[in-house]
Design a protein around this ligand. Structure first.
Ligand SMILES: [Mg+2]
Length: 231
């Protein structure tokens, strides 16, 4: 069995900063902050980590209650932000997912720093949700490597359970993402990593981070499918 773990932002879609827009509105509504300080790095982070930093940056305790309040407000704001920011599905993605989901022994999942609920909203908004069997979201783990370990544990458990002869079958995990954080978490769980330059990172920086392959984008569907199936 081969499990493909796709990142969302910068890999499958570009949202034109809909997430930042929604998060800024959520900070205003939930905590009555007129102009929230949004000066945090977004790429490759989990929302669990990002939201806590944002709370601190705006003079709020990064407590469980404040985190939950912000999550709730963000989930409320995101649909309108997705609608107004006019993002797009990245080149080749629907065709690629269509072809991959037709392959025997290949399972497409999402591993993202987004909260599970907002990952679902994004995939549904861009018409991609039906391609994925499972979403591993960034609700619980501040470190993306911990998210990857949780995903691997889950997949391994499910694989062994569902396999009549687990010893004979191998489970390969491939992470597809656009940031060094995606690559780091893939390497941490001994997974293969395909990096794409459709986010904010250069070919060189993704190569230096240790990706097994770096593609400009996912548009050459035949090349991407061939590469993924060879792993
Ligand atoms: Mg990304």
């Amino acid at each position: 069995m081969k499990t493909l773990l796709f990142d969302i932002d910068g890999t499958l879609i570009a949202t034109n900063d809909a997430g930042t827009h929604a998060l800024s509105r959520a900070m205003r509504v939930a905590f009555d902050i007129t102009v929230p300080n949004m000066d945090v790095k977004f790429g490759g982070r989990t929302d669990s980590s990002l939201f806590r930093e944002l709370l601190s940056l705006n003079g709020l305790q990064p407590s469980h209650d404040n985190f939950e309040t912000l999550c709730k407000a963000y989930k409320t704001q995101l649909p309108a932000s997705l609608a107004c920011c006019g993002g797009t599905v990245l080149p080749g993605v629907p065709d690629l997912l269509e072809k991959l989901t037709m392959q025997d022994g290949v399972k497409c999942c999402v591993m993202t720093g987004n909260l599970h609920a907002t990952a679902t909203m994004k995939l549904e908004h861009f018409g991609l949700s039906d391609y994925f069997e499972q979403i591993f979201g960034g609700d619980f783990d501040e470190d993306r490597r911990h998210l990857a370990r949780r995903a691997r544990l889950f997949l391994h458990g499910k694989h062994v359970q569902g396999s009549k002869d687990a010893a004979r079958q191998q489970q390969t995990i491939v992470v597809i993402g656009d940031t060094p954080a995606d690559i780091n978490c893939a390497l941490d769980i001994n997974a293969i990593c395909l990096a794409v330059c459709t986010g904010h990172f250069s070919h060189q920086s993704l190569e230096l981070a240790g990706a097994h392959a770096v593609f400009k984008n996912l548009n050459d569907v035949t090349q991407v499918v061939d590469w993924l199936l060879r792993q």
